[in-house]
Write a protein that binds this ligand. Sequence first.
Ligand code: GLC
Ligand code: GLC
Length: 642
Amino acid sequence: MLDPKHAQGADWVAPDEQLGRLWRALRDRVAPDGAVHWPAFDARLRRHLGTLRDELARLYGQRLDFEPVLVDLLAGVYAQWCERPPELKALDDTREHDPDWFQSQTMLGGVCYVDLYAGHFAGIAAQIPYFRELGLSYLHLMPVFKCPEPHSDGGYAVSSYRETHPKLGTIAELRTLAGQLREAGISLVLDFVFNHTSDEHDWAVAAKAGDPAYRDFFFIFPDRTEPDRYERTLREIFPDEHPGAFSQLEDGRWVWTTFHSYQWDLNYANPKVFAAMAGEMLAIANLGVEFLRMDAVAFIWKRLGTSCENLPEAHTLLRAYNALARIAAPALLFKSEAIVHPDDVVKYIAPAECQISYNPLQMALLWESLATRQVALLQQALERRHALPAGTAWVNYVRSHDDIGWTFADEDAIQLGIRGFDHRQFLNRFYVNRFPGSFARGVPFQDNPATGDCRISGTCASLCGLEQHDPHAVARILLLHGVALAAGGIPLIYLGDEVGTLNDPGYVNEPGKGDDSRWVHRPRRDAARYAQRHDAASDAGRIYGGLRRLIEVRRSLDCFAGNRLIAFWSKNPHVLGFMRPAARGSVLVLANFSEQPQRIEAHVLSGMPAAAEELIGGGHADLRRPLELAPYQMLWLDCRTA
Ligand code: GLC
Ligand code: GLC
């Protein structure tokens, strides 16, 4: 793979003078001990140094020390490359040769908390046979690093990126687990919580003590003057905990805390922060992590007079981190966590930024369709907002560890005669069971009377009506998952939902959790339900069996690979439709979001073959006659021609 010219010592005729200077400074600094590791690093450095320099120059280029800072950064990156284990370097080569590997229809994600699902890392390893049974190839373990007790936002307040939470096991055990998962064909996904650290992180502790170097790692202000100016244009994220975006320290100063008062936002205007977090990122990569979930990515750059969300510099930072990954951990890919307006979500998704991204719009609109029994908004989203650049993929999910927020675009909704504000009020009432006839048992999250904003907590099963034994609950659960599985990209299951785990109201009595309703949908692994998963007479068994069938059908057909989707207007307001194109013909997906039988008229199906195999339940459909769908039924019609 390596060009012999790239062997140690060979000079590089760089595209411009500055790059040549940077490269030589680095080589002269690291080459003496670099005999073994340098050539492979150098080959990738030559490909990506230009991008890295350009991106960082946008942020820090005006500084007199720009070049030495960059050389220092690269020397650190090189040292981490030298430590990267050989099996990961082999994976780097494999992935570089097959960059679209994650587009396969065999990809299936799962997510869980280590402690709640299996106690500790070894417990997760013991679940590998089950993960294989389910068909997982991607496992997101919720935050595993050291964090304060009991208030840590579920681990999203990290006090050390180099130590794991002791209750879960050691760093060495995490590395072993990553290897075991890889052996089983499962890519490990961890969070990169890089917008903020915990106030117990060494950097924050030093900043509190007055160390000026670390004070500049955060946004700390002597009084309310600056915070007041910023807050004129900021959104409140966790208003239950503190109003606005700042928290007061004991000495009277104010620190930027977008989320909780113990989560201090990092100041990326300081290049030392970029470099320090680059080191943490590569250390996490070297544990064997294949996807980093870029937490709270919308918030990482601030500018006075703006919302301080989705600023152009956030993208610059991502591209710079991505360039570093391409140089020193090429198997590492990024997943965007931007739960924002759909116009902004899509901007993070690019081969040079985040290769994969949550699809919060599809997620929210699945629930919207279920509540209204109308598919217009979801259908419109599939048509307008599903396409992605080559080399990227959606992560389609039904719900996550976070709340469900109604992040559809008001501009889209009004075209369908739907007023965003009123519609969100309805959806919130529906899902917290304050609407007549609602089947859902959700709980409000961050209900803000000042703005009318509110989001929803609840497990998939509880929101679908299983808690109140609604006769359609199982079919609803399968319908939502079925759309996520069929729509392309990487489907992601919140582990426990596949057996219908219900809300856990007991969270209110647990230390550090009681005031955050998201814990209602983060229950412990429900062993009794898992034990019933092969019993078709139980709810758990019906859900699990149905889901397994969908997973198997999906893996068997390559038209489910990638993201390409063609919206199909069923001309029935209750029935969602889309096609997944194959080399010849396509699979037509139809999904009835109502508890009434629905009909698709024959003329709507003209242009389809005369007959199609129905892939989920088996049997043939005559497409020259009207199609009948049972309540909440989904059809996957194989319209491929031989
Ligand atoms: C992300 C996480 C969420 C957390 C927040 C702050 O949005 O998903 O759980 O509260 O970041 O880290
Ligand atoms: C807000 C943020 C999102 C975060 C969530 C946590 O919606 O935009 O990033 O995940 O809060 O609940």
